[in-house]
Design a protein around this ligand. Structure first.
Ligand SMILES: [Zn+2]
Length: 61
């Protein structure tokens, strides 16, 4: 496998995994959205405060 191919694959998988997961800002539970769409509310606490999961959380502070 070529290097470029590997990176492309990783990027694709990356998008598939992270683009679709939303984190509740109230209880921090993960909510899966339908492709490209934000879930209406948290499945646990019904809060509407959801944010997209970020792939790389930097440990600062
Ligand atoms: Zn919640």
């Amino acid at each position: 496998m070529k290097k470029g191919e590997l990176m492309a694959r990783f990027k694709e998988a990356d998008a598939r995994i992270f683009a679709n997961i939303w984190i509740c800002m109230r209880c921090n539970s993960k909510n899966k959205g339908t492709t490209g769409k934000k879930p209406t509310k948290c499945r646990k606490c019904n809060s509407k405060g959801l944010r997209l999961k970020k792939k790389a959380l930097k440990k600062t502070g």
